[in-house]
Design a protein around this ligand. Structure first.
Ligand SMILES: [Zn+2]
Length: 72
C-alpha cells in the first residue's frame, strides 16, 4: 500500500494532529511510531501505515521507545 500524501506530510512534519489517526511501521527496523515521533524520518518506500497500534503489533512491529505508540 502506498503512503497517502497527507500521512507522509504528517510524518515529515511530526504533526501531532495526526496522532491516533494512524501509526506507521518501518519495514527496515520493525518498529512502529506515532506521526509526531521525533525519530529520523524513514524512506517513504519503507513505511507501512496502520490505523491502529494493535494492528501494527499484530503484524510483528515493535512499539518505538521514543514515542511509545502502544500507550494511550
Ligand atoms: Zn517513535
Amino acid at each position: 500500500m502506498s503512503v497517502p500524501s497527507a500521512y507522509w506530510t504528517a510524518i515529515v512534519d511530526n504533526d501531532s494532529a495526526y496522532d491516533d489517526k494512524f501509526f506507521y511501521g518501518v519495514r527496515t527496523t520493525g518498529v512502529f511510531c506515532r506521526p509526531s515521533c521525533k525519530s529520523r524520518v524513514p524512506k517513504k518506500e519503507n513505511i507501512r501505515i496502520f490505523k491502529d497500534g494493535r494492528l501494527a503489533q499484530a503484524a510483528k512491529y515493535r512499539p518505538c521507545k521514543r514515542c511509545n505508540p502502544d500507550r494511550q
